[in-house]
Design a protein around this ligand. Structure first.
Ligand code: AMP
Length: 401
């Protein structure tokens, strides 16, 4: 934002206020709002007024029975009081996103005032990056700042389309966007070695591109969670009823082969906590991950795997973590994920750089109460993965072109 003159300008800021709300519309986790505050404050400090826009949930998908948008559930008005508290100033709410009311309210803004527009996704044009809708957003402001890293992988009107109407000196990235990219680049472009990626979660199919790319840059890849069993099955292991994507066995072998060629060590869990059903209170026991009996399924990594993975982490200087090591939502099967969170915090204290990204591993590190003990917790799930996969994010491209 250094190149932008903010004085007396009306600044349209795209933030990611897509926060979870409970049934009473109370915010249950305000991390995303808090992470946008430095950018909002930076712009206000330079004598501008703010026009803030964001999406909240997927109102187009979750329409009411009569086809209407559920305005009450997805309205950004629920954010107003909390945002006002965090900014320490009044936040004016506009119950439309574009059009006459929004234009009139933005025209009246004076330096230091803050206007929050209604959910951008109340308009189907948002997700189509519709040029007319983008132009209607543009007329509200003199300057555009994108700080919504969490949606930077989407080509939407408020994240991309609108940017084309601003000149280079009238648009820029917010501080959150900047730090997200800087931290992702510490892993991607100049990792201190050894660099270890911990990849978990349910499916291999979701993470193929990521694994393929990591095999080109990491020294070690630890694979845990449900996806580990597809790799173990591909190696000829007996995995009982564990998750297995049969269509991906060949691909798993190809990835293992590519890792061998690139001298990347792949670490799979030698043992697992297996359960007799997918249930929080299922019977459980420790099993060799290659010899899981029929009727049993691996729902967490076992004690030997935890120790072996920790040994790799202790030698690492850069660590990326995406995806839980087991079904951590069930207390009984959360130990591998919680131990990983603790080990990550302790190697960070010893000087390693640790980046956590992707919804569930962020939830896990927060569940362990260790969000402050790692180097960087990304606000972007899909956006971070897309960036790590080597793609240019549309939200970034739109500012640079
Ligand atoms: P992802 O969104 O791909 O990172 O997957 C996260 C989900 O994977 C979480 O909801 C976990 O409960 C689930 N998961 C992790 N390990 C396993 C496992 N061994 N079996 C089944 N599901 C798992």
């Amino acid at each position: 934002m250094d190149h932008i003159d903010f004085k007396d300008k009306r600044v349209l800021v795209r933030v990611d206020f897509n926060v979870p709300l409970d049934e009473n519309h109370q915010i249950t986790d305000d991390t995303r709002i808090k992470r946008a505050i430095p950018t909002l404050q930076y712009i206000l400090d330079r004598g501008a007024s703010l026009i803030i826009c964001s999406h909240l949930g997927r109102p187009q998908k979750k329409r009411l029975e009569n086809g209407d948008i559920n305005v009450e559930k997805f309205s950004l008005k629920h954010i107003v009081n909390h945002l006002s508290k965090l900014l320490g100033r009044e936040v004016i709410f506009c119950s439309s996103t574009v059009g006459g009311e929004a234009k009139m309210m933005s025209d009246r803004l004076e330096a230091g005032q803050v206007l929050l527009l209604e959910n951008t996704r109340f308009h189907a044009e948002e997700a189509k990056s519709d040029p007319d809708f983008s132009a209607m957003l543009k007329v509200l402001a003199d300057v555009y700042v994108n700080d919504a890293f969490g949606t930077a992988h989407r080509d939407h009107a408020s994240t991309c389309g609108v940017a084309q109407y601003f000149k280079k000196e009238e648009k820029g990235f917010g501080l959150l966007m900047q730090s997200e990219i800087e931290n992702a680049d510490k892993v991607l472009k100049s990792p201190k070695r050894p660099f270890t990626a911990i990849i978990g979660g349910a499916k291999v199919s979701d993470k193929i591109k990521l694994l393929d790319r990591l095999i080109e840059i990491a020294n070690h890849i630890i694979i845990g969670g449900g996806m580990a069993y597809t790799f173990i099955a591909a190696q000829g292991g007996k995995i009982g009823n564990s998750l297995c994507e049969k269509d991906y066995l060949d691909l798993a072998n190809k990835l293992l082969e590519k890792a061998r060629e690139n001298n990347v060590d792949i670490h799979l869990p030698s043992d697992s906590i297996v359960a007799d059903q997918f249930d929080a209170n299922a019977n459980s026991k420790v099993s060799n991950s290659h010899e899981i009996e029929d009727g049993w399924m691996g729902l967490d990594i076992g004690p030997n795997a935890i120790m072996a993975f920790d040994k790799v982490l202790k030698e690492s200087k850069t660590i990326l973590w995406n995806g839980p090591m087991g079904v951590f939502e069930f207390e009984k099967f959360s130990e591998g994920t919680m131990a990983t969170a603790h080990h990550l915090a302790s190697v960070t204290m010893e000087g390693a750089f640790s980046l956590i990204g992707g919804g569930d591993s962020v939830a896990a590190i927060n569940k362990a109460g260790l969000g402050e003990e790692v180097s960087y917790v990304s606000t972007g799930g899909g956006a971070l993965l897309t960036y790590l996969e080597g793609e240019t994010l549309p939200g970034i491209k739109a500012i640079l072109t």
